[in-house]
Write a protein that binds this ligand. Sequence first.
Ligand code: SAM
Length: 227
Amino acid sequence: SDSHFPVPVSPAHCDWTEHFPVLAAAGDGSASGQQQQQVPKVRFADVGCGFGGLLVRLSDLYPETLMIGMELRDKVTEYVKERIVALRKNNPGRYGNISVIRTNAMKFLPNYFDKGQLEKMFFLFPDPHFKEKNHRRRIISQGLLAEYAYVMAEGGILYTVTDVQELGEWMKSNLDAHPLFERINLEEQSSDPVVEFLVATSEEGQKVARNRGDTFVAVYRRVPSPP
Ligand code: SAM
C-alpha cells in the first residue's frame, strides 16, 4: 500500500539530488537567485514506466533533459534502479539524466512536480482495467487529465499507446473532451522523433510487436490555459 513508500509533501520537499548526479554536483539547493534558476528540473515523466526501456532510449536522445520513471510496483522499481546503476557504471558519463521513483502516480503527481514543469508525459501500455466498474481506475480520466494539465508546460506533449483498442478509444475520447489538450495529427506525429520509440523501446511494446499485435497511438499537446 501507499504507506510503504515516502511521499514528499510538496515539490519543494522533493530531493532530486539523490537521483541525478548533475544536481548533486550543483550543491544542496541552497544556491541563491540566479544560480538556483539554472539548476535543471525534471522535464519528462514516464508514468507506469515498468522496466524502463523508454527512459533508457530517451536518455541518449535527450542527454541534457532530466527524466523520471514513476512505477507502483516495488520490485519493478528496484529493477529499474539497478538497471540504471549498471548502465552508468558501464558507460561513464551517460545515463545520469534518468531515474525512477516508486509511487502511485494517480495520487501523488502534484507532490513531485510544480505547475507547468513537465514538457513530456508518457503513458505506455497502461493497465486496461477492462470491467466497466473498474474504469475509474484508468490512468487517463477527466479528473486526472486536469492534474496532468496542471503539471505540464503549455505546448508540452502527452503520449499514449495501448494494444487494447477499447482503451485506446477511451483515452482518445477523454483527451478529446478535455479543453486543455489538442490532438496532434499523424503528419506532425511523424516529425516527432519520440513517436517511433513508444512501441519499439518499452518492454510491453516489444512483447506486443513479437506477437504481431496492433497498437493504438494517440498524442496530444497541452494547449495554453484560457486567460
Ligand atoms: N510502460 C511500461 C511498458 O510499456 O513496458 C509498463 C506497462 S505495464 C502494462 C503498466 C505499468 O504501470 C505496471 O508496471 C504498473 O505497475 C504500473 N502502474 C499501474 N498503476 C500505476 C500508478 N498508479 N502509478 C505508477 N505506476 C502504475
